[in-house]
Structure formats: C-alpha cells, structure tokens
Design a protein. Structure first.
Length: 81
C-alpha cells in the first residue's frame, strides 16, 4: 500500500481503519464504497479523497481524471444516498 499512487500516510491510515490493506482490497471494495466508509468515520474528508482512490485503482494521478469520470463518480456517490 505504501507505493499506491495518490495515497499518502493519512489516506493510508484511513484505508487501514476500514481494513483495506492492498490495491486488490481497494479494487474489490471500489472507490465509492471505500470513500463512504472513510467518510462515515471522518465526516470532514474532502471529495479529493474519492478522486485519489479512483486514481489509485486506475493507476492515474488523480488530477488526470476527466471531468466525465468525476461527474460519474459524483453521480454514483449521490445514488448511494
């Protein structure tokens, strides 16, 4: 997990708190679910974490996510609520 793109020490700790330890764990969980689980424990977390998680899954810098990808993620996030 230490070499996962976009995931720094704080984000890594948050992932550990929800029992995500590897890229495979994150891929299986998905960025939306992982983000929601982290946000339930850390309500002030930024939407940038969602971009970082999705970027980690896709092995992209989060800033490379297109506006369409971000819109899709936002849509999926609001559907979950």
């Amino acid at each position: 997990m230490t070499k996962l793109r976009n995931i720094g020490p704080v984000s890594r700790q948050w992932l550990y708190e929800i029992e995500i330890y590897t890229l495979a764990d994150l891929q299986q969980c998905g960025s939306i679910t992982a983000y929601e689980m982290i946000r339930s424990q850390h309500p002030k977390v930024s939407i940038n974490l969602l971009w970082a998680l999705e970027g980690a899954i896709l092995d992209l810098d989060w800033r490379e996510l297109s506006a369409e990808q971000k819109a899709m993620l936002r849509s999926q996030l609001t559907e979950a609520y």
